[in-house]
Design a protein. Structure first.
Ligand SMILES: O=C(O)CCC(=O)C(=O)O
Length: 372
């Protein structure tokens, strides 16, 4: 029996509700809350990409991309129900027998099931692979949302599962292109060879040409079911593509960035939606390709997943759903034509003697991660 006075329970409930409210207001940038809340503070900007003032959206997105390299976006068109269904799908898949999942092992193109300890995102600092499992969908056609490689028949045997996946994959691709167009406008990319500056990135994103884009379901078991001394769920790394979009769940914290601003590790909290029917703001981060292309102006920020204290206590699993958006394999990583990047001498694509393609870049990164 609890020794707590019933009123203290109410006090805790009230405090939690207050924290939640404050966090919502604070996270959504309300000017009414000036006090510093360490427990729930959000170091990242939240940008509503559906605002009427698109010049402001371009400025806000570019500011976030050139400082933290991470932000939240709202004004996307994902519903709460869709995201709930996706997480349910992921949850059910990872519950399937291990032997079944192992029938679809990850291959050299990064497609398939990555088993526990199969991926080491920080090979310099971690001897063992990450205590997580993942399912990657690669070789994607964004006209249909299909992969040209075999995917577990558990998805294809049920048309509702398959439809959900395909629809989400196509829309995440489109959302990543929208973000790239906003960034292109913010950077004021010049028109070249009949190509509008706004389309400079998206022209390298033909939906039915091969690319390294990957849709990924991730499952990190709670620490209580693992070696209790393991502290890192996904080693520190940067992402290999252009932009990454990520869904996470409430009470499954752990994502952290090494902030280029504060030069310390900071948590990326779950930010609730302002509207019950709409999915929460999506985490967006800049990847290596976009940083390289922009001569380091846009930040590809180091991040990792840890076991925060509250999650150690509850033993809570973490599920996340990620879309790594890459340009077509043959896209040349040449400097972006705009004055702000032209002036950044000796960095990234401005410094390269030999231009490499997006595919060559990805192969180098994957070889280091998986030890191929
Ligand atoms: O699960 C997460 O929150 C992070 C995933 C991630 O960083 C990755 O898979 O590269």
């Amino acid at each position: 029996m609890s020794s707590k006075h019933p009123l203290s329970e109410i006090g805790i409930l009230f405090k939690d509700a207050l924290f939640k409210l404050i966090n919502q207001q604070y996270a959504h940038g309300s000017k009414n809350f000036h006090f510093n809340i360490t427990k729930m503070s959000n170091p990242l900007k939240i940008v509503d990409i559906s605002q009427d003032d698109q010049a402001l959206v371009q400025k806000q997105l570019l500011d976030a991309a050139t400082t933290q390299g991470f932000l939240f976006i709202e004004g996307h068109d994902f519903t709460q129900q869709e995201v709930d269904s996706l997480f349910e799908l992921s949850n059910e898949f990872f519950k399937l027998p291990h032997e079944y999942k192992q029938k679809f092992p990850i291959d050299a193109s990064n497609h398939g099931y990555s088993d526990f300890a199969g991926e080491n995102l920080d090979p310099k600092n971690q001897k063992k692979g990450d205590p997580k499992e993942a399912l990657n969908f690669c070789a994607l056609n964004f006209k249909t949302g299909d992969s040209s490689k075999p995917i577990p028949d558990w998805f294809t045997n049920d048309s509702s599962r398959e439809e959900l996946l395909r629809g989400v994959i196509v829309r995440l691709y489109k959302l990543s292109i929208r973000i790239l167009e906003i960034l292109a406008q913010g950077l004021e990319i010049e028109d070249t060879d009949g190509l509008k500056g706004k389309d400079w990135f998206s022209a390298k994103y033909a939906p039915d040409k091969s690319s390294g884009s990957t849709f990924r379901l991730l499952h990190y078991p709670g620490q209580k079911s693992l070696n209790p001394e393991s502290v890192v769920r996904a080693g520190a790394h940067t992402d290999y593509g252009a932009v990454t979009l990520l869904f996470q769940r409430e009470n499954q914290a752990g994502l952290e960035i090494y902030s280029p601003v504060s030069k310390q590790w900071e948590s990326v909290p779950f930010v609730p939606s302002n509207d019950a029917g709409v999915a929460p703001p999506i985490v967006v981060n800049i990847g290596d390709l976009l940083s390289y292309w922009t001569a380091g102006l846009l930040k590809s920020t180091i991040h990792r997943v840890k076991f925060p204290k509250e999650v150690q206590e509850t033993g809570q699993d973490r599920y996340s759903i990620v879309f790594f958006s890459h340009p077509n394999d043959d896209a040349l990583l040449e400097p972006v034509p705009c004055s702000v990047i032209r002036n950044r001498e000796g960095r990234g694509a401005n410094n390269a003697e030999v231009k490499i393609t997006a595919r060559e870049h990805l192969q180098r990164r994957l070889a280091a991660t998986y030890g191929w």
